[in-house]
Write a protein that binds this ligand. Structure first.
Ligand code: SF4
Length: 489
């Protein structure tokens, strides 16, 4: 069967396998993931990985996996669903070894297949290689085309393609192969890999997605966020630098490669929404960045009201900041059901709409007759906010003012975050005035990009701001994104 852009004649076998798998999945895979790796002899690496993943659950809620090595073989347990539903005592106890990598992922309905749950383990005779990836490679299709014809891809994941590219690159060991393949990958990759006796981690030269190193007694840990280090009782050592390759084995930890980073582009959206507020990147506590963004927004766009409220949880830190700077009391009116996943998990519109009602219950008695400022981290489609405004107006709110602690999201992300296609981003085709009308608020204001950058305290030229200004740090023309619909909120 023909697929646009590829003729049967020009496709390699591996590409056809890839396209077939993609077709079977209905929609291409997408990725927004948490990764965790540990190397430590005499340590229950699977159990620690479980708790590491548990604390990274916010980065992916539709599948999880752990792969361990005992020096002879790699063994994996993977499944669809939350970390706590994929693993039990028996499964954790079955994973014996001295090093492990783990992954929690997020996908669309179509892409939510077991074959795409990571870690990816390459099928090779006498040699095993596993990968856990956070990010997105925009040239994945081109790389797939050039793979040897005998390679059979088993998933729709760019991670598997990366694994085979590494395997087929020059080098006498995995470290050298990773180094020699590095520049073939265009896009975002914070990656932890596992061989029979070694854990190797690396980060793209832009440093889009985070990757940190910690230590737990004699064991070393590499993971997406510092909150996972805190959870397992590990001490933060440092971040893996963009372009850096580190290896951990019986000799300890060492830097085994460095690829020059000419442009840094840490994802500004990690501070806005993606990361947990108790994580630290670039020496900045996420909670404090969000609080400062609320303070700056209060100065940029003041409005009279009786109370400031947050859309929990990602709007909470910013709402506290807005309240502090404006002097308007902070209060809670939206009670979140904490026992369900984020609404953006459900990709179909009717389920999404139900999801808002399931997720937040308003405190009617407190809302009635009040002028309320609602602070949220971002508006992507506007449908969630529209529902919240309606819900609070139905409760008798006198005025609803919306303050958003990020600039309008106008462009899609190609670097591992599942912003929808451009046409589904409300700010790509509506002005602030039109959005205000659409969500039926009494006023609407966004934080300026300058304000957000200032709140991050990271040098402006070291941040990716593409989804707010459309200025991508690399060409994304024809770029591969794992999915193009349904995501943030
Ligand atoms: S485009 Fe947006 S979400 Fe994607 S890496 Fe850049 S700032 Fe982050």
């Amino acid at each position: 069967m023909r697929k646009k852009n590829f003729s049967v004649k020009s496709t390699t076998r591996s590409e056809r396998v890839f396209l077939k798998a993609e077709e079977n999945s209905n929609k291409p895979l997408r990725d927004k993931c948490g990764i965790f790796g540990i190397y430590g002899k005499g340590v229950d690496v699977a159990r620690i990985s479980f708790f590491g993943l548990y604390s990274l659950q916010h980065r992916g809620q539709e599948g999880a996996g752990i792969t361990v090595t005992d020096g002879k073989n790699l063994k994996s347990v993977k499944g669809l669903g939350l970390v706590s539903s994929v693993f039990n005592e028996e499964k954790i106890n079955s994973l014996k070894g001295f090093a492990a990598i783990a992954h929690t992922r997020y996908s669309t309905t179509g892409g939510n297949k077991l074959c795409n749950v990571q870690p990816v383990v390459l099928n090779m005779k006498n040699e095993e290689f596993a990968l856990a990836h956070n990010g997105n490679i925009i040239n994945a299709m081109d790389l797939a085309k050039n793979l040897p014809p005998d390679i059979k891809l088993t998933s729709t994941s760019d991670t598997e393609i990366m694994g085979w590219v590494i395997k087929n690159s020059t080098g006498k060991n995995w470290e050298e192969k990773i180094l020699s393949s590095f520049k073939k990958f265009q896009g975002a990759f914070s990656m932890i890999t596992l061989t029979k006796n070694k854990l190797i981690a690396f980060r793209d030269t832009y440093g889009f997605r985070p990757l940190v190193i910690g230590k737990l007694n004699d064991a070393y840990i590499v993971c997406s966020e510092t909150c996972a280090l805190d959870t397992v009782g590990a001490k933060f050592i440092r971040e893996i630098a963009p372009g850096e390759i580190i290896a951990i084995d019986e000799k300890g930890i060492q830097v085994v490669g460095k690829v020059k980073s000419t442009k840094k582009s840490f994802c500004l959206f990690e501070y806005v929404y993606l990361a947990r507020p108790d994580s630290i990147f670039n020496k900045q506590l996420v909670h404090q960045v969000r609080q400062r963004s609320g303070e700056i927004l209060a100065h940029e766009s003041p409005v009279g009201a009786d109370m400031v409220v947050a859309v929990p949880d990602s709007g909470t830190s910013a709402a506290i900041g807005y309240s502090k700077a404006s002097g308007i009391p902070y209060g809670e009116v939206l009670i979140k059901n904490r026992y369900i996943g984020r609404t953006f998990i459900q990709p179909e519109q009717h389920i999404r709409e139900m999801g808002v009602k399931l997720k937040f219950n308003p405190l009617r008695e407190i809302v009635k007759g009040k002028r309320i400022i609602i602070v949220d981290d971002s508006i992507v489609r506007g449908t969630t906010m529209k529902k919240i405004v309606k819900m609070l107006k139905n409760c008798g709110a006198k005025k609803i003012h919306i303050r958003v602690c990020s600039p309008p999201v106008t462009d899609p992300c190609y670097f591992g975050i599942d912003t929808p296609d451009k046409k589904q981003l409300i700010a790509s085709h509506m002005s602030v005035k039109e959005i205000k009308k659409f969500i039926d608020a009494d006023s609407l204001a966004y934080l300026s990009l300058e304000g957000l950058k200032k709140a991050s305290r990271v040098k402006s030229n070291r941040l990716c701001t593409s989804c707010f200004d459309g200025k991508y740090p690399m060409s994304v023309k024809g770029g591969f994104r794992k999915d193009v619909f349904e995501t943030i909120s």
